[in-house]
Design a protein around this ligand. Structure first.
Ligand code: PLP
Length: 390
C-alpha cells in the first residue's frame, strides 16, 4: 500500500527540549514558581529604531511582494556588514534574505542533499540540524567532539566521519549549546580538511556572531579565499538584534550555489515581507544597542557562572560567545535527562538536557543566561540546594 506520509518526516524524533518545556508549563499552570532557563532568545525588546522603521514602511503601504532574493538595499547593506565586520567578500547578488536563519539552513540543505547523501555536523549541535538533514532524505553523521578537549576540532575526528558519500559539513560558531567560538587554529584545520576533499561544501551557521565576550572574535571560514567558493555563510537578526519573532535571516554563498537555492526559494517562499526587510536594514546600524545587549549578557554571564561554579559537582566553563551556560553536573552517575528532570522537580529550574544536543552533551545541561539577573541568581541558589541533597 502506498504510504500516506513522507517517511522522512514520520521518522523524525520529537524534540526532547520541547517535551521538557511542556512539563514546565504544566507545573507553572499548577501555580508553581518555575524559572525557565530553557529558552533560546534575547530577553530584550527589539531596538526602537527598528520597530519605528517597520511601522513607517507598513503605513506607507510597503506590503506587496518584493521580487528577488531580497531588497537590493538590504542585500547591499549586508554585503557591507559582512565585509567590514567579518572580512567576508560577497556581492549583493550572492546574498538571499530568508525568513530566519533556520529557513536559510533548510533551503541550503534541501538544495544540496540527495537521498542517501551524508551530512556531517559537529556534536554537540543545535537540535534542528539532524531533523532538517533527515527531512531531506540525507544521513546525519555526527562528529562527536570531546568535552575534555574543550570540544576542539581536530583533523582526525573530521576525517574519521568522512566517506565518499559526504556532501556537506555543518558547523556553528559561536556555538549553541557550548558557547565555543571558532579559533584561528580550528579554522585552519577546517580549511585543510576542505582542501583535502575538493567536492565538500561547508555551511557555517554564524547566527550568534555578534554575541562574543572578552574581546573574542569567532572566525568566519569563508574568509579563507582557498575555500570561499565552497562555503555557505548563514546569519540573521534574531539573536544579535533581538528580532527572533520577526523571522529575518540570510545566507551568503557564491552565485553558482545561490542560483540553485533561489529556485527553491521562488517556489516555496516568494519573498520576505518588504517592511520587515526595510526595518532589518536599520537593525544593522543599531551598533550601540547591539553592544549594550552584548555587554549585558557578558555581565550576567560573569555573575551567574561564579555562583554555578561554587556548587559541588558542577563545572561551568566560561563561554566565549552566545548566551548559554553549558554546565557539566556530575552527581550519582545521573545522565543529563535525569539531572534536568531532577532540577525541574526539585529546584523548579528548567534547563535543556545536554544529550538533546547529541552524545557530546553527556552529563551537561544548557541554561540560557539571556534572563533577568535576579532570576539567574535565584536559579543558581535553588540548584545548589537541590544538588547538595544528592
Ligand atoms: N542556528 C542556531 C545555532 C540557533 O540556535 C538558531 C535559533 O535558535 C538558529 C540557527 C535559527 O535562528 P533564526 O531562525 O531565529 O534566525
Amino acid at each position: 500500500m502506498q504510504e500516506l506520509f513522507n517517511h522522512n518526516i514520520t521518522g523524525l524524533a520529537p524534540s526532547a527540549s520541547i517535551q521538557l518545556m511542556a512539563k514546565a508549563k504544566e507545573m507553572q499552570a499548577q501555580g508553581l514558581n518555575v524559572i525557565n532557563l530553557a529558552g533560546g532568545e534575547p530577553d530584550f525588546d527589539t531596538p526602537a529604531p527598528i520597530t519605528q522603521a517597520a511601522m513607517e514602511w507598513l503605513q506607507k503601504g510597503f506590503t506587496h511582494y518584493t521580487v528577488g532574493q531580497g531588497l537590493p538595499e538590504l542585500r547591499s547593506r549586508i554585503a557591507k556588514k559582512l565585509q567590514e565586520e567579518n572580512g567576508l567578500s560577497y556581492s549583493p547578488d550572492e546574498i538571499i534574505i530568508t525568513p530566519g536563519g533556520k529557513n536559510a539552513i533548510f533551503l541550503a540543505i534541501s538544495t544540496l542533499v540527495n537521498a542517501g547523501d551524508e551530512v556531517m555536523f559537529l556534536d554537540p549541535a543545535w537540535v534542528s540540524y539532524v531533523p532538517m538533514i533527515q527531512a531531506n532524505g540525507g544521513i546525519a553523521v555526527p562528529v562527536v567532539l570531546d568535552y575534555d578537549q574543550d570540544y576542539r576540532i581536530t583533523y582526525d575526528v573530521l576525517e574519521a566521519a568522512y566517506t565518499e558519500k559526504t556532501k556537506l559539513l555543518i558547523i556553528n560558531y559561536p556555538n549553541n549549546p557550548t558557547g565555543r567560538i571558532l579559533t584561528k587554529a580550528e579554522a585552519e584545520i577546517l580549511s585543510d580538511f576542505m582542501l583535502a576533499h575538493p567536492s565538500l561544501i561547508l555551511m557555517s551557521d554564524e547566527i550568534y556572531e555578534r554575541i562574543v565576550f572578552d574581546g573574542n572574535v569567532s572566525v568566519s571560514p569563508a574568509t579563507d579565499k582557498r575555500i570561499w567558493d565552497r562555503v555557505i555563510t548563514v546569519n540573521g537578526f534574531s539573536k544579535s538584534v533581538a528580532m527572533t519573532g520577526w523571522r529575518m535571516g540570510y545566507l551568503a554563498a557564491p552565485k553558482y550555489i545561490t542560483a540553485q537555492i533561489y529556485k527553491l526559494y521562488q517556489h516555496s517562499i516568494t519573498c520576505v515581507s518588504g517592511f520587515l526587510q526595510k526595518a532589518a536594514a536599520v537593525g544593522l546600524d543599531c551598533t550601540a544597542e547591539i553592544e549594550m545587549m552584548r555587554k549585558s549578557y557578558e555581565d550576567r554571564r560573569n555573575i551567574f557562572f561564579e555562583k554555578l561554579n561554587a556548587i559541588d559537582g558542577v563545572e561551568a566553563r566560561i563561554p566565549e560567545g552566545a548566551f548559554y551556560a553549558w554546565v557539566k553536573i556530575e552527581k550519582k552517575d545521573m545522565d543529563s535527562f535525569q539531572i534536568a528532570n531532577y532540577l525541574l522537580e526539585e529546584a523548579l529550574v528548567v534547563g535543556v538536557p545536554g544529550e538533546a544536543y547529541g552524545k557530546g552533551g553527556a552529563k551537561c545541561v544548557r541554561f540560557s543566561f539571556a534572563t533577568a539577573l535576579d532570576q539567574l541568581l535565584e536559579a543558581a541558589d535553588r540548584m545548589k540546594t537541590a544538588l547538595d541533597k544528592l
